[in-house]
Design a protein around this ligand. Structure first.
Ligand code: GLN
Length: 457
């Protein structure tokens, strides 16, 4: 009840696209009744968890930040939602996001931007900006996001909280509305590592409904968190400290390195030479997959359907009415960034250009993975900044897609390589904006990542 009142008071932040107080209260009453009846309690019994609106919750609006899905209510729960329910959690609203998770500021939402609780003239990061702001503003102790190129870690960094992108395959994507299926992962936001570990225990593991989820044992992340890692060799990649890095962010991350040194860590230089073309490769691979995944929104089965698709321009009479219906539905339903990606992706995949763009990007992707494999022969984790700058001002980058894309220069390579990445708060700028530190580890080494971060926390 207190959180619902707080959500009402902080409505101006525009954190939730959907929050049903009656549902929340009845879930809370049920949880209380189970506790009083002495039923065994799940690890998240009674804990409110805010959910990025890209995840299907049965019977509840799931819009993906898009007009296209304004009236969509999925007939099923995503696997992570089912797991949260089994763990006793209370689903606390659907959070705002960039449309179909495309963006770094939550300004691409059809439902207006979310404001950063630290400074309401600034962006909360994106695309999971609503989920990060929910935790940062104490509207929920935990939330779920999705990360295709940085959408958990970057908002966590600029909102001063913890965010973890798990290894590709660690968490089931069943019921996650697809953006770029080979890059998407669901992960937790929390105030600290203990809460992050607890939520990871609930989310992780093989799911027969997602053939890319991996059947490898899930450690008890919460139980081992306080055991210092056996080996603390930290890699510093020159490529993560290049041009465009804000000096205050750099100073804060360098200070974190000194903290590790004092804790006895060995600091080593590593090289990730291909990462300089990471953003370029990502903006071929992600739009290519998006153009294919978003082909399903054509107004026929679900999503927005145009009411008026009569011919308006010369020549349109020649287009079959069904095709016109699809064209107009898509034109009305999608926002400008989504359209840009669909066009980019369709082009990159088209006959005659696929070798030059898409297939080339896949080769770069392999080289990026090779860079990480080589680096992890010498070090346990790689440390650097999460985002090159603290939260920027609303509107500052909306007219400049390239500037927006560069928000993810340090996060994108982890998705291309499939490895886990964690952002933890590491300081504040002079003007009081949060700064995040990113730690990267080999595939399925989330446990190591959390324990290494704990040394710093
Ligand atoms: N900002 C990146 C993009 O726009 C990453 C988004 C994400 O991780 N979902 O694609």
């Amino acid at each position: 009840k207190g959180l619902l009142d707080r959500a009402e008071r902080l409505k101006r932040l525009n954190v939730f696209v959907h929050l049903d107080p009656d549902r929340v209260l009845s879930a809370a009453r049920d949880a209380d009744a189970r506790r009083k009846a002495g039923e065994p309690l799940g690890p998240l019994a009674g804990v409110p968890v805010a959910i990025k609106d890209v995840l299907c919750v049965q019977g509840e609006p799931t819009t993906c930040g898009s007009r296209m899905l304004r009236n969509f209510r999925p007939p099923y729960d995503a696997t992570v939602i089912a797991r949260l329910r089994d763990a006793g959690a209370i689903l606390f609203g659907k959070t705002n996001m960039d449309e179909f998770a495309m963006g770094s500021s939550t300004e691409n939402s059809a439902y207006g931007p979310t404001l950063n609780p630290w400074d309401e003239s600034r962006i909360p990061g994106g695309s999971s900006g609503g989920s990060a702001a929910a935790v940062a503003a104490d509207l929920a102790p935990l939330s779920l996001g999705s990360d295709t190129g940085g959408s958990i870690r970057q908002p966590a960094a600029v909102c001063g909280i913890v965010g973890l992108k798990p290894t590709y395959g660690r968490v089931s994507r069943y019921g996650l509305i697809a953006f770029a299926s080979s890059l998407d992962q669901i992960g937790p936001f929390a105030h600290d590592l203990a809460d992050t570990a607890l939520l990871m225990n609930v989310l992780s593991g093989r799911d027969p409904k997602d053939s890319t989820s991996v059947d490898s044992p899930v450690p008890d992340y919460a139980a081992t968190l306080d055991t210092p890692p056996e080996s603390l060799r930290i890699g510093i990649a020159r490529e993560f400290f290049g041009e465009g890095l804000d000096p205050e962010v750099e100073a804060s991350v360098r200070e974190a390195i000194r903290v590790y040194e004092r804790a006895g860590a060995t600091i080593k230089d590593v090289s990730l030479p291909t990462s300089k073309v990471g953003v370029a490769a990502y903006y071929i691979v992600a739009p290519a997959e998006c153009s294919s995944n978003l082909a399903r929104y054509d107004g026929t089965i679900y999503g927005h359907r145009a009411e008026d698709f009569s011919p308006k321009y010369p020549g349109e009479e020649d287009i079959a009415p069904l095709v016109r219906m699809m064209m107009v539905s898509r034109a009305e339903g999608f926002g400008p960034e989504v359209k840009r990606r669909i066009m980019l992706g369709t082009f990159a995949l088209s006959a005659g250009y696929a070798d030059q763009f898409y297939n080339k990007a896949l080769k770069v992707r392999r080289l990026i993975r090779n860079d990480f494999d080589a680096a992890f022969k010498d070090v346990d984790v790689i440390l650097g900044p999460t985002s090159p700058t603290p939260a920027f001002r609303l509107g500052e980058r909306t007219d400049d897609p390239l500037a927006m894309y560069l928000s993810d220069i340090y996060t994108i390579t982890a998705n291309l390589a499939g490895i886990p990445g964690l952002s933890v708060p590491c300081g504040l700028t002079k003007s009081g904006l949060p700064i995040g530190l990113q730690l990267l580890a080999p595939a399925f080494a989330e446990e190591k990542l959390l324990r290494t971060a704990r040394v710093f926390e």
